[in-house]
Design a protein around this ligand. Structure first.
Ligand code: KG4
Ligand code: ZN
Length: 354
């Protein structure tokens, strides 16, 4: 019997502040996934500095890609195709990944596939699905530093936008509240940790529902409510020395609860609205322990199945790019060497290109 020879896709991701490369077999089996985070470079500025990010990608992209190919135990000649994030994201950062991918594709005469970063987050739970189990159709919640959106995922290639944030993304709110509390950047993991010792009911921060039937979100009001709680109405960021460690933990837990509740309620409502029984989450904030626990409990109550993306595939990674790249490759959706990155807004205003 002939042995099945897998499609090996090299994924390259440089849309923001992580340089990542991965080799994934048949869109499912992760042979390698290397992520080099630039967090330390940006920490003292309290956020990602685009010019610094692009320069770091230039230094990192070649060693990271070589390490991913090496760790997968293959050579470039074993690859089936190269998949690269072409947007959305920081234009200088995207340009580094796209240019490197085009060069490799040309050098090794390999097909090139362009992948939408948000679309890849939406289907990232597929990287951990049990063999033979299909997650799709499902409702996917994508929550990251730049996006907070609900999608109806018909299958890996067909994704429909159901709702999104009107202002701040969930991850942006985490990062800004962490800055208010002087916890450092990126703020999500710090608040997640601190909140474990706090009381989520200590402060009744506002939940923004917009119109109930809408599957949209808004987080700028919550961020301002935390700011005013810490420094008084109308005040700006400042020292938080006056706040005790216990009060700080209560603020973190109460903020997190106010952020998580609309995400959970609207994800369940979206599943009911479009008539699916599966829900899934992706993006950096999907690593949040409170969100994972609350969504799990709500799914159980509503009779829905929740497919969680494992932590390492929630934050930016190239494995998810290679996975979606595989499905696009199989469907013949190839990019030419004239491929150019799609920069602009990190927060999407439309459905991901599918
Ligand atoms: O998906 P991602 O790595 O990059 C973007 O595409 O934006 O998401 C980064 C965001 C940051 O805002 C970070 O604070 C947040 O994800 N994040 C978390 C956690 N881990 C990362 N937010 C809450 N809890 C976490 N455990
Ligand atoms: Zn992302």
């Amino acid at each position: 019997m002939l042995e099945h020879s897998p499609s090996l896709i090299l994924g390259i991701e440089t849309s923001c502040d992580e340089t990542s490369a991965a080799v994934v077999a048949d869109g499912r089996w992760v042979r390698s996934n290397i992520v080099s985070s630039q967090t330390d470079l940006h920490a003292r500025y309290g956020g990602v500095v685009p010019e610094i990010a692009a320069r770091a990608h230039i230094e990192q992209v070649r060693p990271i890609v070589e390490a991913a190919v090496h760790d997968a135990g293959i050579h470039y000649t074993d690859l089936t195709a190269i998949a690269v994030t072409d947007g959305p994201g920081l234009i200088g950062s995207l340009l580094v990944g796209v240019t490197f991918a085009k060069t490799l594709a040309y050098l090794h005469a390999l097909p090139l596939v362009a992948v939408d970063h948000i679309h890849a987050h939406a289907i990232s739970a597929g990287l951990a699905a049990t063999e033979g189990v299909s997650i799709w159709p499902a409702v996917a919640l994508v929550v990251s530093g730049g996006h907070t959106s609900l999608y109806h995922v018909h299958d890996e290639l067909h994704v429909e936008l159901l709702g999104q944030t009107h202002d701040d993304a969930a991850g942006e709110a985490f990062d800004k509240v962490a800055a208010i509390l002087e916890l450092g950047y990126p703020g999500g993991p710090q608040i997640d940790r601190l909140a474990r010792s706090g009381n989520p009911k200590a402060i009744a921060f506002p939940r923004t529902w917009l119109k109930d039937e809408r599957l949209d979100f808004s987080y700028s009001g919550l961020k301002t409510a935390v700011l005013y709680h810490v420094h008084g109405p109308g005040r700006k960021y400042g020292s938080t020395e006056h706040i005790s460690p216990a009060a700080r933990a209560d603020i973190a837990a109460s903020f997190q609860a106010a952020l998580v509740e609309p995400l959970v309620v609207k994800t369940v409502a979206a599943a009911k609205r479009v008539g699916v029984t599966n829900i899934t989450i992706g993006g950096g904030v999907a690593a949040n322990s409170a969100l994972r626990a609350e969504l799990q409990a709500a799914a159980q109550r509503a009779g829905l199945r929740l497919y969680l993306t494992p932590g390492q595939f929630c934050t930016d990674n190239a494995a998810m790019i290679a996975a979606l790249g595989y499905h696009r490759f199989k469907a013949g959706m190839l990019a030419g060497l004239a491929l150019e990155p799609r920069g602009g807004l990190v927060r999407e205003t439309r459905a991901p290109r599918s």
